[in-house]
Design a protein around this ligand. Structure first.
Ligand SMILES: [Fe+2]
Ligand SMILES: [Fe+2]
Length: 313
């Protein structure tokens, strides 16, 4: 009997939409791409807690506080599922987190922008979680099994996040002149960075082609970005607000909105670490890791004790 080449088995699975599982043979670059993408996603969830966490004590009512705490806690959960999914690819959590702290691993640049007013919490929910959903709905069908399964649960929670954000903005947009202005100002500041969340243009995206072939990604950056513009251009009308783009206009021929140009210099500058809050965010993560050292030690000692107890019994 002829032994089948592992690479052929892998390719056949990809073709036939069979998920790749942790113990399956996979090309080294497939493993590396998934480690990079899933850990980057995990870091984004955890770093993303920081700008919103800053508003928990300042939320305008007990109800808003409770909702925001639940939302930020969800993001911690998303980070945990994703760190676990990364570990199934043969890298430890410590390594993954070290890479974040050393600057080797990236996280979504959107979280390097500051949250200046309460309306920012609304804008983040509506736009940032909204952009994340489009990407993550696609990822429920990604070819690596543990990643795809983590996404199913995450997506359900993300749609709650988006609605809570939209609802904050809707309340402000029906409020006083100051509240309306605050709402518009937050949309103005968060719109363009949200569009940057989909990554570089397809023509400049180095990882896209291979990821599409391996079905890690199912849609390109530009396709997802256009979907997002089409969706928000309609939703913003409900708020009675405007997206800060003079060129935004429905195009009956393409059946999509035409829109302006992203400031790519700003995009690359923030990616390279020069955004308004890059240092603050990494500083907060490192401090949390150091402050938590005693918890990790205590948990390890406790686990060891339990193991011994069970062996005796
Ligand atoms: Fe999330
Ligand atoms: Fe979220």
């Amino acid at each position: 009997m002829l032994l089948q080449d592992p690479e052929n088995i892998f390719n056949e699975k990809i073709d036939q939409e069979v998920k790749i599982e942790p113990k399956d043979w996979m090309p080294e670059t497939y493993r590396k791409t998934n480690i990079r993408q899933i850990s980057q996603h995990a870091h984004s969830e955890i770093v993303g807690m920081l700008p919103e966490g800053a508003w928990i004590t300042r939320a305008p009512s007990l109800k808003r506080k409770a909702i925001l705490i639940a939302k930020v806690q969800d993001e911690a959960g998303h980070g945990l599922y994703l760190y676990s999914a990364t570990e199934t690819l043969g890298i430890t959590r410590e390594q993954t987190i070290n890479d974040l702290h050393s600057g080797k691993a990236k996280y979504s640049s959107i979280f390097n922008y500051p949250t200046l007013t309460w309306a920012d919490i609304g804008a983040i929910g509506w736009l940032v979680d909204g952009a994340a959903i489009l990407n993550q709905v696609m990822l429920t069908r990604t070819s690596y099994g543990p990643y795809a399964r983590a996404m199913v649960r995450i997506c359900k929670e993300e749609s709650f996040h988006q609605r809570q954000g939209f609802e904050i903005l809707l309340t402000l947009s029906n409020g006083t002149a100051d509240q309306k202005a605050m709402c518009q100002d937050a949309i103005n500041r968060w719109w363009w960075p949200s569009l940057m969340m989909f990554g570089p243009k397809d023509s400049e995206s180095t990882n896209s082609d291979q990821s599409m072939k391996w079905k890690i990604k199912r849609k390109t950056n530009d396709e997802l970005r256009q979907n997002f513009v089409d969706m928000c251009a309609e939703q913003v009308k409900v708020l009675g607000m405007k997206l800060p783009d003079e060129k935004l206009k429905w195009n009956p021929d393409t059946k999509h909105y035409d829109w302006g140009e992203i400031n790519w210099d700003e995009f690359w500058d923030v990616v390279k670490g020069n955004g308004p809050c890059n240092k603050e965010r990494i500083g907060a993560r490192k401090k949390a890791w150091e402050d938590g050292a005693w918890v990790r030690e205590a948990a390890a000692v406790y686990a060891e004790k339990r193991k011994k107890k069970l062996q005796v019994a």
